[in-house]
Design a protein around this ligand. Structure first.
Ligand SMILES: NC(=O)c1ccc[n+]([C@@H]2O[C@H](COP(=O)([O-])OP(=O)(O)OC[C@H]3O[C@@H](n4cnc5c(N)ncnc54)[C@H](O)[C@@H]3O)[C@@H](O)[C@H]2O)c1
Length: 354
C-alpha cells in the first residue's frame, strides 16, 4: 500500500507519514518546503527547516519537493497511491490577511488539485480543514469562569453555523479558503462519488512542531519557555481549546482510510482535553520547573476565544477518538524540545506584538 502525504514535511504531515510507515506502507511526503510561518518564528535556521524531512528520510519515507499548486506534479506523484492525506496548507490566519493570494492559491487551488488527483486515480482522500471555519460568532456566547471562558453547550457540532463572524470578530481569508476546500471536498464526494473527507482540526501540538505566534501556539509557548524568551498572549489568556496530540491527529487519517465514510468531521480533543492558554503556560512552567515570562497583547481579529469539538460524528463514522491528554502530551513535547535543544542555537527572539 502506498500513501501520498501532501505537506508531509510539516508538523502534522510528518506524523501521518510516520504512522503509515509504521503500518508498513510506502510513503511519499510531498512538500514544497516553503514553511512561510517558520521564517517568522526566530528559529527558522536551516537545521530547523530540514529537521522533519531528515527525520522522515531516516524512517524510509520518500521526500518529494513539489507543490500542490502544480497539478501535473501532483497527478504524477499520486499515481499508484492507494490513499491521499492532504495536510499541505497556508495554515496561519495572520499570513492570510497579509498575503491573501498565497492563502487562496495554496488552500483553495491546492485542495482542488488534490481532489482532482484523487478523482483521476480513483483513491480516497482526507483533507485538513480547521475549526476556524466556524468563525468568531462563538466568542459572543461565552462567560468567564476563573482561568477560562466557558459556554453551554460545551461542545461545538458540525451542524453549528460556519463562516459567521458574529459581533465579536471578522472573517479572514483563511476562514474562506478552508471553507472553500470543504465545499469542494463535499461536492467531489457528492457529484463524483469520491471517498473524500474534510477534517476540521482543533489546535494540534506535539514533537516536530516549530510553533510560532502565527501558528502552533502550544509548541510556541513551550519553545519560548525553553529558550527563556517572553511568551505573548493575545487577549486575556482565558481562551479555551480542546488541544489534540499529534499522534491522535494523525490516527484520524488511518481510521478514515480503513473506513472511508465521506463527510466533514470535527477532529479535536473534545471536553476531556480542554485547557486555556494561561493554564497551558502554567502546565509548561510546572513540567519545566521554570515559569514563563508572559506579556499580554491585543486580541487578534478573527481569533476564536473558545473552541471545543463534539467528536461524535468521527467516532461513529470511522471509530476515531483521541487518547493522549494534555499533561502527558505537553510532557512529550517538552521532552522532544529538550532533547533537540541544540537546533535552536542560532535563534533570535521575535514577537508579532511588534
Ligand atoms: N497545527 C494546528 O494546530 C492545526 C489546526 C487546525 C488545522 N490545521 C491544518 O492541518 C494542516 C497541517 O498543519 P501543520 O500544523 O502541520 O502545518 P505546517 O505548516 O507544519 O505544515 C504544512 C506543510 O505544508 C507545506 N506546504 C505549504 N504550501 C505548500 C504547497 N504549495 N505545496 C506543497 N507543500 C506546501 C509546508 O512546507 C509545510 O511543510 C494544515 O492544513 C492546517 O491548516 C492545523
Amino acid at each position: 500500500m502506498k500513501i501520498l502525504v501532501t505537506g508531509g514535511c510539516g508538523f502534522l504531515g510528518s506524523h501521518v507519514c510516520e504512522l503509515f510507515r509504521a503500518e508498513g506502507w510506502e510513503v511519499i511526503a510531498y512538500d514544497n518546503m516553503t514553511k512561510h510561518e517558520l521564517l517568522r518564528t526566530g528559529f527558522g535556521s536551516s537545521a530547523v527547516r530540514d529537521y522533519n524531512a531528515n527525520a522522515l528520510r531516516s524512517m524510509g519515507v520518500q521526500v518529494a519537493v513539489a507543490d500542490v499548486r502544480n497539478r501535473e506534479q501532483l497527478l504524477d506523484h499520486a499515481s499508484g497511491c492507494d490513499f491521499i492525506a492532504h495536510t499541505a496548507a497556508q495554515p496561519a490566519m495572520t499570513i492570510s490577511w497579509e498575503d491573501p493570494d498565497l492563502d487562496f492559491t495554496t488552500n483553495v487551488v491546492g485542495t482542488f488539485n488534490v481532489l482532482t488527483s484523487a478523482r483521476q486515480h480513483g483513491v480516497p482522500v482526507a483533507s485538513c480543514s480547521s475549526v476556524h471555519v466556524y468563525g468568531p460568532w462563538i466568542n459572543d456566547t461565552l462567560e468567564e469562569a476563573g482561568t477560562r471562558f466557558v459556554r453551554q453547550p460545551v461542545a461545538i457540532r458540525e451542524s453549528d453555523p460556519i463562516m459567521n463572524g458574529g459581533h465579536s470578530g471578522r472573517l479572514s481569508p483563511l476562514h474562506a479558503s478552508k471553507a472553500s476546500g470543504e465545499f469542494y471536498t463535499t461536492a467531489f464526494a457528492d457529484m463524483f462519488g469520491l471517498k473524500a473527507a474534510s477534517f476540521r482540526y482543533t489546535g494540534i501540538y506535539g514533537p516536530r512542531q516549530f510553533g510560532g505566534e502565527d501558528h502552533g501556539w502550544v509548541a510556541n509557548f513551550a519553545l519560548r519557555n525553553f529558550l527563556g524568551w517572553p511568551t505573548t498572549i493575545f487577549g486575556t489568556g482565558k481562551q479555551l481549546r480542546d488541544i489534540l496530540y499529534a499522534t491522535d491527529a494523525a490516527a484520524a487519517f488511518l481510521a478514515y482510510q480503513r473506513n472511508p465514510v465521506p463527510g466533514t468531521y470535527n477532529i479535536g480533543g473534545g471536553p476531556p482535553n480542554m485547557i486555556s492558554l494561561v493554564e497551558c503556560v502554567d502546565l509548561i512552567g510546572r513540567i519545566r520547573n521554570q515559569r514563563s515570562d508572559v506579556k499580554f497583547g491585543p486580541v487578534r481579529d478573527g481569533d476564536l476565544s473558545y473552541f471545543v469539538c463534539d467528536i461524535e460524528r468521527a467516532r461513529s463514522a470511522f471509530g476515531w477518538q483521541p487518547r493522549v491528554q494534555p499533561e502527558e502530551g505537553v510532557g512529550k513535547l517538552i521532552q522532544w524540545i529538550e532533547a533537540n535543544g541544540s537546533l535552536f542555537g542560532e535563534s533570535v527572539s521575535v514577537s508579532s506584538a511588534r
